[in-house]
Structure formats: structure tokens, C-alpha cells
Design a protein around this ligand. Structure first.
Ligand SMILES: Nc1nc2c(ncn2[C@@H]2O[C@H](COP(=O)(O)OP(=O)(O)OP(=O)(O)O)[C@@H](O)[C@H]2O)c(=O)[nH]1
Length: 379
């Protein structure tokens, strides 16, 4: 028993409004109440405060709610899910009022270190808030889990935008697996949308697996490429270029204008040969100079054309639903694998069997069979 608990609320009381309005929420709350113990009065108050503040657009509540979903503490994780479900039903309600159109445009931004991402986001974000949009920037930086420092999301990178009351900038947690980062980023996107941010930018460094994960959680994936980056560009995988709905060659000014034009031409030809990601949209390659604010409005125009086309054809909605199922299976895969690796029936045998595979004494297939058999016979 928690000492602070005075009174216990059944979980469904947090959903009362939904229960009256729609059956699906009722069903959901019943399903969830089987998994989450009843809320204490203190927890109930916390969730109400966060939810109320969040949907009124208070940045402090959004920040606290994201911290809750990032928590690794068991009970906090449960509370985060209750809050998230509440935000999701608010979402559905708002989307219905919006004729079924999504509340926010989710844009993924990737590019090698030094490509000019923060300069672009600063300029692009200010342009959007100037047009009356509310912009949130979520930075996914799995590399920081090994380096210990946060490369992205550092507010000093976007000094002007971080002072803007219509913008919210947040770095992803600097620990955990890519799957963990993916989960919290996905959930943070939903919270930002619940908080009234109608443009959500998800930034990632163009190295490792993170950009694939980000491409799978946004409506549009944009790749920023620096003009004179022979070496950096080598590291960009063909797969990630195939994911791009739009490519922007950055720093197209001064001495870099000529190489920027050359790179743009190269990418225009190269992208013709790549596999198409969408049936109705042909990825384009633009040139921008964010330092001077050049090409930024044109880029937004291109992005809104994309969004409108994808919306009217229904492709955006299909992309979003496919992403939901990809996300679910990724989480299942990760959890099942972790369960397998840590299970007492197999964890002691893994080093031994893997050692035999490494020394060529056991085939990988037989080794996998042995471990899986031990796991299936665990009870
Ligand atoms: N000439 C020129 N330089 C630019 C432009 N945009 C960015 N830069 C410069 O390029 C360098 C890298 O820019 P950033 O915006 O920090 O790049 P980034 O991709 O965020 O870099 P990381 O934080 O390392 O990932 C800085 O020195 C910028 O001043 C531009 O439009 N023109």
C-alpha cells in the first residue's frame, strides 16, 4: 500500500467523459483497467493536471508528460499509458471535428552531422511560427547513448526558436535501445499534437539506424545534404535516400553555390533510378541557404503540396496506419527478444552455444534450434 494513498479511484473515472461519448473508449478503459491498478488520489490529480495543462497548450505540462512517458519506473510507465490513452481519445475527438483530417503534419528531418539541420530548423521554425503555426521539434539521437552527450536537441543550437512561445524543442532520452527511443518519440509526437502543435519536426542524425525508425513515424521524410560533403555523403545509405520524400541541398550560397547546384543535379538523376516510395509523389531535390533564409518558404510550399496530395489520395492516412502496425510489431519483436535473452532457461546457455558457433563447432541453425527448444521447454 502506498502511504500517501487516501482514496482510490477506479481507472475508468479518468475516462468518464469518454465513456459517455463513445463506446470504443469505454471498451478501452475496461481493457486497460485489467492491466493498470486503480489510481490513487495523488495519481489521479497528477494525470488530471497534466492532461488539462497539456490540451490547454502549457509547455511545462507537455514537458512533464514527455518525462513521464520516458520514465523507466514501472508505475510511472503505467500512468504514462493512461495519460496517453486519454490524449489519444482527445485526438480522435479533435480529428472528427476536423473532418477526419490529422491534427498535425509530422515531418522527419535527417542529414549527416554538420549538414545544417539546426540552422534550417531555426529558420524554418521561425518562418512557421510567424505564419501562426505551433511547432515542436523532437530530436532523436541514439548516438548519444554511447557518447554520453546529446548531439541533437541541445537548445543552444536553436537559440531563437527555443525562446519562441509557439515552439517547443525536446531531445530524446540519451539512453536505451533504438526501439525504446522509437517508442518514446512516437508517444512524444502524440503528446505534442495533443498540446496543439500542428507541425511536429522529428530530427535525427543521418548515421546508424535512427533515420529508418524516424522515417517510419512521420508523414514526410526530408533529407538535408551539405554541398561539399564528399566523405559525409559516403556514409548515407542508399536505403535512406529511397525513404526521402524531399531532398534539400543546404548552404547553397557564396562559394558553395556551385557545388550545391552540382549535387542537386546529381541527386535529381540518381533519384530517378531509385525505388518509388509513393504512388503519387515524385521526390524532389531543392537548394536552400538557411543562413540567409533562402529557399525556406519554397520548401514549405513543396511540403504542403505533398501533404495535400497525400491527404486527398488517402495515402497519408494509409501510411499512418501502416506505421502503427510496424510500431506494434517492432515493440513486440524487441520485447520478445529481451524476454528470450534474459530467461533463466536460456541465458546461461547463450555464451556457451554462441561460442561454439563462433568456433565453427555448431551451425547457427542448430544453435538457434537448441536455444529455442530450451526456451519452449522452460515451464
Ligand atoms: N554558408 C552557409 N553555412 C551554413 C548554412 N547553414 C548552416 N551553415 C553552417 O554549417 C555549419 C553546420 O550547421 P548546423 O546547422 O550546426 O548543422 P547541423 O546539421 O545541425 O550539425 P550537427 O549539430 O553537427 O548535427 C555551421 O557552421 C553553420 O553556420 C547556410 O545556409 N549557408
Amino acid at each position: 500500500m502506498r502511504s500517501l494513498t487516501l482514496r482510490r479511484f477506479p481507472l475508468c473515472s479518468f475516462f468518464t467523459k469518454d465513456i459517455r461519448r463513445r463506446r470504443p473508449c469505454h471498451n478501452f478503459s475496461a481493457a486497460q483497467s485489467r492491466q493498470v491498478a486503480e489510481l490513487s488520489e495523488q495519481e489521479h490529480r497528477l494525470l488530471h493536471r497534466l492532461y488539462g495543462g497539456l490540451i490547454q497548450g502549457q509547455r511545462a505540462c507537455l514537458a512533464e508528460a514527455i518525462t513521464l512517458i520516458e520514465s523507466s519506473h514501472g508505475r510511472k510507465k503505467e500512468l504514462a499509458q493512461v495519460l496517453l490513452q486519454k490524449v489519444l481519445s482527445y485526438h480522435r475527438e479533435q480529428e472528427l471535428l476536423n473532418n477526419g483530417k490529422p491534427l498535425a503534419f509530422r515531418v522527419g528531418l535527417s542529414g549527416p552531422p554538420g549538414a545544417g539541420k539546426s540552422t534550417f530548423i531555426e529558420c524554418f521554425g521561425k518562418m512557421l511560427t510567424g505564419k501562426g503555426h505551433r511547432v515542436s521539434v523532437l530530436a532523436v539521437d541514439p548516438s548519444s547513448s554511447t557518447s554520453g552527450g546529446s548531439l541533437l536537441g541541445d537548445k543552444t543550437r536553436m537559440t531563437e526558436l527555443s525562446k519562441d512561445m509557439n515552439a517547443y524543442i525536446r531531445a530524446s532520452p540519451t539512453r536505451g535501445t533504438l526501439g525504446g527511443v522509437t517508442r518514446t518519440t512516437n508517444e512524444a509526437i502524440l503528446l505534442c499534437e495533443g498540446g496543439g502543435y500542428d507541425v511536429v519536426l522529428v530530427e535525427t542524425v543521418g548515421v546508424g539506424q535512427s533515420e529508418f525508425a524516424v522515417a517510419d513515424m512521420v508523414d514526410m521524410f526530408v533529407l538535408l545534404l551539405p554541398p561539399a560533403g564528399g566523405d559525409e555523403l559516403q556514409g548515407i545509405k542508399r536505403g535512406i535516400i529511397e525513404m526521402a520524400d524531399l531532398v534539400a541541398v543546404t548552404k547553397a550560397d557564396g562559394d558553395l553555390l556551385v557545388p550545391a547546384r552540382r549535387l542537386q543535379a546529381e541527386y535529381i538523376s540518381a533519384m530517378k533510378l531509385l525505388r518509388k516510395r509513393s504512388k503519387i509523389w515524385k521526390p524532389e531535390v531543392l537548394r536552400i541557404a538557411a543562413r540567409y533564409g533562402e529557399g525556406i518558404v519554397e520548401m514549405w510550399d513543396k511540403m504542403t503540396t505533398f501533404r495535400d496530395l497525400m491527404l486527398s489520395s488517402g495515402e497519408l492516412q494509409r501510411r499512418r496506419s501502416r506505421q502503427q502496425s510496424v510500431w506494434m510489431w517492432n515493440l513486440i519483436q524487441e520485447n520478445v527478444l529481451e524476454h528470450f535473452r534474459n530467461h533463466p532457461a536460456v541465458c546461461d546457455q547463450i555464451p556457451l552455444i554462441e561460442g561454439k558457433v563462433l568456433n565453427g563447432l555448431l551451425s547457427p541453425g542448430l544453435a538457434a534450434d537448441l536455444l529455442l527448444k530450451a526456451f519452449s521447454a522452460r515451464d
